[in-house]
Design a protein around this ligand. Structure first.
Ligand SMILES: C[S@@+](CC[C@H](N)C(=O)[O-])C[C@H]1O[C@@H](n2cnc3c(N)ncnc32)[C@H](O)[C@@H]1O
Length: 263
């Protein structure tokens, strides 16, 4: 459910039709002139860089985009890097199981995996986040170079609740590896949460069903389930993984079901 008191679509006259279509699709109020209207804490607005989730007010954070053409995704793609997530998903870059990312969010993790050559289906239940993701992918397909287009073509996004998907669709076509990155309640200790997480906490709210998602993923995955956690956080659902891979601030907990060598 979208909290309409927290979010509106701000009309950019250069993108009038897209703005009205989005407000209609998401059933959100449209604001034409923010100086006259009661402005909510966040707006969705089309800009020349794509659809943005923008905080309002004097000390507002910068806009949140899904930007595969520039920003951290483009940097990662050009510089490569030993992504821990690749090791967590398959141990090495030559084993390429199909991947189901059940918490797509801003599509960074699934993009990293697609740029390493994995075919990824990414699920997102929030209509707001899904709209940002869809816009980022469309722009990458339209404006990206051949290499970027080949990466995003390995990436499929679906607007659905993952638990429903796992219980209905994944039975017919079991994913090789499932990746989960649920959103947690903001920690009181960390005052400096990134702008993306502040926006998500306000507009989407924390994910309360991570344990259920882990259970459904363990039932559905063929080889393993990988859970991304803040480094110091408890195991999801209190369930001890087979092993963990630690980065500077995050950790991947790996729940193994079957070896990749086993058919
Ligand atoms: C922390 S973000 C994921 C960030 C992502 N890993 C990335 O690289 O951008 C969590 C996202 O998962 C979505 N989500 C949580 N539970 C879900 C579920 N059961 N089905 C689909 N999406 C879910 C939330 O709406 C949120 O957008």
């Amino acid at each position: 459910m979208i909290h309409t008191s927290k979010l509106s679509v701000l009309i950019n006259p250069d993108y009038f039709l897209q703005s009205t279509a989005l407000a209609d699709k998401l059933k959100l109020p449209l604001i034409e002139n923010p100086d006259r209207a009661a402005v909510p804490p966040y707006v969705l607005v089309y800009t020349d860089r794509g659809l943005a989730l923008q905080q309002t007010g004097v000390k507002a954070d910068g806009p949140v985009f899904v930007d595969y053409l520039g920003g951290p995704s483009a940097y990662r793609r050009s510089k490569g890097g030993g992504e821990l997530i690749v090791k967590a998903v398959s141990g090495n870059k030559d084993t390429k199981p199909s991947v189901l990312d059940v918490t797509a969010g801003l599509g960074r993790d699934c993009f990293v995996l697609a740029s390493w050559g994995y075919a990824v289906t990414a699920l997102e239940r929030s209509p707001v986040v899904f709209s940002l993701l869809e816009d980022g992918l469309e722009r990458a397909n339209l404006l990206g170079d051949d290499e970027l287009r080949s990466v995003v073509q390995r990436l499929q996004i679906v607007h659905v609740d993952a638990i429903e998907y796992l219980q209905e669709k994944a039975i017919l076509n079991p994913p090789g590896v499932i990746v989960i990155d649920p959103m947690f309640p903001p920690s009181k200790k960390t005052a400096l949460v990134k702008k993306e997480m502040r926006a998500f906490h306000s507009v989407v709210g924390p994910d309360q069903d991570g344990s259920e998602l882990l259970g459904a993923s363990l039932d559905a995955a063929e080889y393993r389930v990988v859970v991304k956690r803040p480094k110091k956080a408890d195991f999801l659902a209190g369930l001890k993984p087979n092993f963990s891979l630690e980065g500077k601030a995050i950790r991947f907990d790996v729940y193994a079901k079957k070896s990749f060598r086993q058919k």
